[in-house]
Design a protein around this ligand. Structure first.
Ligand SMILES: *[C@@H]1O[C@H](CO)[C@@H](O)[C@H](O)[C@H]1NC(C)=O
Ligand SMILES: *[C@@H]1O[C@H](CO)[C@@H](O)[C@H](O)[C@H]1NC(C)=O
Ligand SMILES: *[C@@H]1O[C@H](CO)[C@@H](O)[C@H](O)[C@H]1NC(C)=O
Length: 349
């Protein structure tokens, strides 16, 4: 009697298992379960991602799979000169083309031709006190990492981080300032909100506007809106006297400046490794067609002797080292790694 009963409960158990597995359509679809499908689903949950339909989901899954395979192969490779690692981050379901189109567009090549090339004087050119390492975060001169979202406003974040640093170092006042005000209001000159812009043009605007509002008074929306400064009394809190450009293609000049304050720089972020950078000193391949802007907030040397710049990015804390990039410093190319010494500037009081 006991024997068939056991069979029965066993079959019931197996049947229930099958029923449970198939209760969810997505799980049935993928039987036998591809671990990558499950991984994609977990990643979607983690990043709150939803797709419009099954086609889009399949397309994104394929991109995700390829990115994950690349990232894992890269991290597992035993290359002796590999100084950095990649991670399956919030950009893992985007192709490199899509990623660049959404975030980077600095599109300022023609501005270059307007700049005088050659020797340029700058206020820190004769400084001799250059510490072995600097981290402006430790002096409270760097606000928390922000996220530009799907808006090509890196120029605003780069300029604002430099001004936040200058404010702290000259007035001891730490305040997170408004990128949105630049996006909405700095529209009569070179800058174009979520399309493209330039830090120098932003500095110029803030100078003429007699300041910039705080983030709290003029919060970030990640899209272009109507300029609202008329209704904000405190839209002029961070005043600057203008800005200064560093000599182009001169990492030594950059070092002298960063020893004194955070500096806005450009970078060629078009290489796929940049999209998934997670830690270490970025030494990967890249060109000098700069398409992104960030703010250098320090420098140093690793235990292994690799010199690096420490830069604050605007892709949230999920990218890089809690939102920061360390990138090789003191390279042979005069433009610096990924063109980081090509177009640098900072605000002045
Ligand atoms: C890399 O090196 C480590 C330690 O030497 C080893 O355990 C690992 O299997 C190697 N990986 C590959 C992909 O060769
Ligand atoms: C650079 O020069 C071009 C041609 O004279 C001009 O149209 C453009 O506005 C200038 N760019 C800036 C940022 O001044
Ligand atoms: C740096 O020194 C040179 C040579 O003495 C001088 O001509 C230049 O004006 C100085 N620059 C600054 C910013 O003081």
């Amino acid at each position: 009697m006991a024997f068939p009963k056991a069979i029965n409960s066993l079959s019931f158990f197996v049947l229930s298992m099958i029923f449970c597995l198939c209760a969810s359509q997505t799980m049935c679809r993928s039987l036998p379960q591809d671990p990558m499908v499950e991984r994609h689903e977990q990643w979607m949950l983690q990043h709150g991602r939803a797709y419009t339909d099954a086609d889009e989901r399949d397309r994104r899954f394929e991109i995700f799979r390829q990115n994950v395979e690349y990232i894992e192969a890269f991290n597992n490779a035993n290359s002796s000169d590999k100084e950095y690692d990649l991670a399956v981050n919030q950009f893992a379901d985007l192709t490199n083309e899509e990623f660049k189109a959404l975030r980077n567009s600095l599109r300022m090549k023609y501005y270059m031709s307007n700049q005088t090339v050659g020797k340029r004087s700058f206020r820190y050119e004769n400084v001799t006190k250059i510490p072995a390492s600097v981290d402006w975060r430790k002096k409270g001169a760097v606000t928390s990492v922000k996220d530009q979202g799907e808006c090509s406003s890196c120029w605003a974040f780069s300029a604002v981080a430099a001004i936040e640093g200058l404010m702290k170092l000259t007035t001891s006042y730490t305040v997170s300032l408004s990128e949105q005000q630049l996006i909405d209001c700095d529209t009569k000159g070179f800058n174009h909100g979520c399309n493209y812009g330039l830090m120098d043009a932003a500095f110029k605007f803030i100078h003429h506007n007699h300041g910039l509002a705080s983030d709290q008074d003029y919060p970030y929306k990640g899209k272009e809106g109507k300029c609202k400064v008329d209704t904000i009394d405190r839209s002029h809190m961070a005043k600057i006297g203008g800005f200064e450009d560093l000599p182009r293609n001169d990492e030594n000049a950059l070092l002298k400046a960063v020893a004194n304050l955070p500096v806005s720089v450009v970078i060629d972020s078009s290489d796929g490794d940049f999209q998934f950078y997670s830690s270490g000193v970025f030494t990967g391949k890249c060109g000098t067609n700069y398409d992104h802007a960030l703010t250098i907030v320090g420098y140093g040397t690793t235990k292994g002797g690799t010199k690096y710049w420490l830069a604050k990015n605007s892709w949230g804390r999920g990218w890089g080292e809690d939102g920061y990039l360390r990138i090789q410093r003191g390279v042979k190319a005069k433009e610096g790694k990924c063109g980081i010494a090509m177009l640098s500037s900072y605000p002045v009081v």
